[in-house]
Design a protein around this ligand. Structure first.
Ligand code: ATP
Ligand code: MG
Length: 368
C-alpha cells in the first residue's frame, strides 16, 4: 500500500514548501496515517465503533495508540479523486484552524480508500442533542445561544477571514459537533471540494425536504456564501424551536419550519415557536434570534446579512430594523424527486417560493 500515495504526498509537500514557504511548513504538520494504524484504532472498522453515516461516507470512533480518541471518516466511492487532487484539498482543510471548526488531524490513502481523521467530539452532533429521539441532555437557553454564536463565529471565519474563503455548502445540525462544554465546532467544511458540483450528495439524502438548502442553490446551482447564511438561519430556528427543519405538521398542515416561523412572525406569535422544553428564557433575546434567522432566510440572497453582521445582530442589544425584512424563500418538493429533478430547474414537482424580489439592500441595525 501506501508507498506510492505517500510518495505523492511527500512530493506535494516539497513543491509547496519550495513555492509557498510558510504554508508548506504548516502542511508538514499534516499527519499521514497508515491503514493498519486506523484499522487497529477502530478494531478493524468494527460495527460497534460506527458512529454514523452521512453522504460522504461512514464515521467510526477510534482510539489511536497514544490513547487519543478520533473520528475516522471513510469516504464513499463517489468521492474518490486522484491522489494529488485529494491531497491538495486535504492540505487546504488541514491548515484551517479555529476554535469553532472541527480539526482535521490527518488522512490516509490506501489503495482506493480515502480516509479522514478528525478530532473526536465528546457530545456528538447537535441533531442528536437537540432533535434525537433519545435526547440525553437538555439544552438550556444559555447553551443554545452559545451554540448559535459559536457556529456563526466559525462560519464568519470561513467566509470572511480565510483566504480563499470556504463556502461550507452543508450547514446543518449533524454537521455541528459539540465538545465537552457544549461549545460548537463545525464539521465537514471544505469537503464540498472533494465532491465538486455535487448537489446530489446533499439531495440524495434529504431530497430537498429538510429545508436547509437555499432555493437559488437547489434550483439554480448558485453556490455563494449566502447559501450558507440561509442554512444558518434554518439551523437557528431549529435550535430555538427544538424542531427539525424538515416538513412536519403544524396543526393540520404540513410545512417547513421556516414557513411556519414566517407565518407566526406575521401573526406576531413568534414566541409560539420556542421549544416547550425551554422552561426559562429571555423573551426579547430569543425573539431577536428568531428574527435574525428570518433575515438569514430571505428569498433574495442579496438581502441576507453576511455572517459577521449575523454575529453582531445576535450578540448586541440592538433593535433590528424589521422594515427591511422580506419573506423567506424555500425549496420544497413533492417527495418523489430524484437527483435529476433537483438539478433540473424547470422541474414540475419542485417549487421555489421566491416570494419577494426587493431591491438590493443590506440588513441595517438600529442601535437602541
Ligand atoms: N468528529 C466527530 N466527533 C464525533 N462524532 C462525529 C464526528 N464526525 C461525525 N460524527 C458523527 O457521525 C455522524 C455522521 O457524520 P457524517 O458527517 O458522515 O454525516 P452527516 O453529518 O449526517 O451528513 P454529511 O455527510 O452531509 O456531513 C454525525 O451525525 C455525528 O453524529
Ligand atoms: Mg457531517
Amino acid at each position: 500500500m501506501g508507498c506510492s500515495c505517500f510518495g505523492a504526498f511527500a512530493g506535494l509537500k516539497k513543491s509547496r514548501q519550495s513555492t509557498e514557504g510558510q504554508e508548506g511548513d504548516s502542511m508538514a504538520k499534516m499527519k499521514e496515517f497508515s491503514y493498519n494504524e486506523l484499522s487497529i484504532a477502530t478494531e478493524n472498522f468494527h460495527r460497534r465503533n460506527k458512529i454514523g453515516r452521512g453522504g460522504f461516507g461512514t464515521v467510526y470512533k477510534g482510539t489511536l495508540s497514544n490513547g487519543t480518541q478520533v473520528a475516522v471518516k471513510t469516504l464513499s466511492a463517489e468521492s474518490r479523486q486522484g491522489e494529488r487532487e485529494f491531497l491538495t484539498e486535504i492540505d487546504t482543510i488541514s491548515n484551517v484552524k479555529h476554535p469553532n471548526l472541527v480539526e482535521l488531524i490527518g488522512c490516509c490513502i490506501h489503495e482506493s480508500n480515502r480516509i479522514l481523521v478528525y478530532e473526536y467530539l465528546e457530545n456528538n452532533s447537535l441533531d442528536r442533542a437537540l432533535l434525537g429521539l433519545r435526547r440525553t441532555t437538555s439544552l438550556d437557553w444559555r447553551k443554545r445561544s452559545a451554540i448559535c454564536m459559536g457556529t456563526a463565529r466559525g462560519l464568519a471565519y470561513l467566509h470572511e477571514e480565510l483566504v480563499p474563503h470556504i463556502v461550507h455548502r452543508d450547514v446543518k445540525a449533524s454537521n455541528v459537533l459539540l465538545d465537552n462544554d457544549f461549545e460548537p465546532k463545525i464539521g465537514d467544511f471544505g469537503l464540498a471540494k472533494l465532491f465538486p458540483d455535487d448537489i446530489t450528495h446533499i439531495s440524495t439524502k434529504i431530497a430537498g425536504t429538510t429545508g436547509y438548502l437555499a432555493p437559488e442553490y437547489v434550483l439554480g446551482g448558485q453556490l455563494t456564501l449566502k447559501a450558507d447564511v440561509y442554512s444558518f438561519g434554518v439551523l437557528t430556528l431549529e435550535i430555538v424551536s427544538g424542531r427539525s427543519s424538515g416538513n412536519t405538521y403544524y396543526g393540520r398542515t404540513q410545512k417547513l419550519l421556516v414557513e411556519w416561523a414566517w407565518e407566526l412572525y406575521r401573526e406576531e406569535k413568534l414566541l409560539e415557536l420556542v421549544d416547550p422544553e425551554l422552561m426559562e428564557f429571555p423573551e426579547e433575546e430569543v425573539l431577536r434570534y428568531m428574527k435574525v434567522a428570518l433575515f438569514c432566510t430571505q428569498a433574495n440572497a442579496s438581502r441576507r446579512p453576511v455572517m459577521s453582521q449575523v454575529m453582531e445582530m445576535l450578540s448586541k442589544n440592538v433593535q433590528l430594523n424589521e422594515n427591511l425584512l422580506t419573506p423567506p424563500g424555500f425549496f420544497q418538493d413533492s417527495g418523489q424527486v430524484n437527483d435529476t429533478t433537483l438539478k433540473n430547474k424547470s422541474s414540475e414537482s419542485s417549487t421555489s417560493h421566491q416570494m419577494s424580489s426587493f431591491p438590493i439592500t443590506i440588513t441595517e441595525l438600529t442601535p437602541r
